[in-house]
Design a binder for this molecule. Structure first.
Ligand SMILES: Nc1ncnc2c1ncn2[C@@H]1O[C@H](COP(=O)(O)OP(=O)(O)OP(=O)(O)O)[C@@H](O)[C@H]1O
Ligand SMILES: [Mg+2]
Length: 240
């Protein structure tokens, strides 16, 4: 299997989100929210975007143990600005660097900090002082909790909910990631979609198993009858 990022629908929506934030009119607020279930590819999409030459930003991942001080330190470190003895001084340094370099701030795993009022209010302060895009990435918790934080919520102008991979996405993963030349029957692709519940990591490991079968048997076409479906994924949920 190849190690590359596939431009599935969720990825394209993420690119559009950033594009819309960067090209918004001055009266439109600039906070974006990306949310969706674990394994749907949020971190992959945002880090890929962040690593594009055309994207000027910093990427910070939150931890359960984060405090306002530790998060500001991570942001300051990414920006190579000194950490001051008082938090306000550090925030000023961060604001100055983001403004000067016109950076986008990506905050992954934001679920861990959404309940922390000091952190959320400070992120809002940084946004208000810079008006540079701020993109919060997380799971259900973030979408649910952020709506209760009115001052943050009303600054969000772009939302993307990551969806489970559909048949078209699974087929694209197969085409782009498999190193063998093989035609996979739609029924098998759809079984992978169902068994994986649209979770990308499960899809890639199922495709890896298919690839191994193809390599071992040398077939140029593979379908349901050629595999033991129970071996495809370790998901025990009932197939829909
Ligand atoms: N577009 C993609 N192209 C190729 N591989 C992908 C893609 N999206 C996700 N993956 C694979 O699926 C794995 C899980 O994706 P990722 O970690 O981005 O999900 P997530 O939504 O951030 O999950 P969590 O909420 O648990 O952090 C990745 O490690 C990567 O291997
Ligand atoms: Mg993630």
């Amino acid at each position: 299997m190849k190690n590359k990022v596939v431009e599935v629908k969720n990825m394209i929506k993420t690119e559009q989100l950033l594009d819309n934030l960067l090209n918004r009119s001055s009266i439109v607020p600039g906070i974006g929210l990306i949310h969706g279930e674990s394994g749907f590819g949020k971190t992959t999409a945002t880090t890929w975007l962040f690593n594009q030459d055309s994207v000027n930003g910093i990427f910070v991942r939150c931890y359960k143990s984060d405090t306002l001080t530790s998060l500001l330190e991570s942001i300051a470190r990414q920006l190579a600005v000194p950490v001051r003895h008082n938090l306000r001084g550090t925030v000023d340094g961060i604001v100055e660097a983001i403004r000067k370099e016109e950076l986008t701030l990506f905050i992954d795993e934001a679920d861990h900090v959404v309940s922390n009022a000091r952190i959320m209010e400070t992120l809002r302060d940084i946004y208000d002082a810079t008006e540079q895009p701020l993109i919060l990435v997380g799971m259900e918790e973030i979408a649910r909790r952020i709506s209760q934080r009115k001052q943050m919520f009303n600054r969000i102008s772009q939302w993307v909910e990551f969806k489970a991979a559909d048949l078209e996405d699974v087929s694209l993963f197969a085409r782009e990631l498999m190193e063998v030349e093989v035609e996979i029957d739609e029924a098998l692709l759809d079984l992978i979609r169902k068994r994986s519940n649209g979770v990308v990591r499960s899809i890639t490991s199922a495709l890896d198993k298919v690839e191994k079968i193809v390599l071992a048997t040398g077939v140029d076409r593979i379908g349901l009858e050629d595999i033991d479906a129970s071996q495809l994924t370790h998901d025990v949920r009932r197939v829909r």
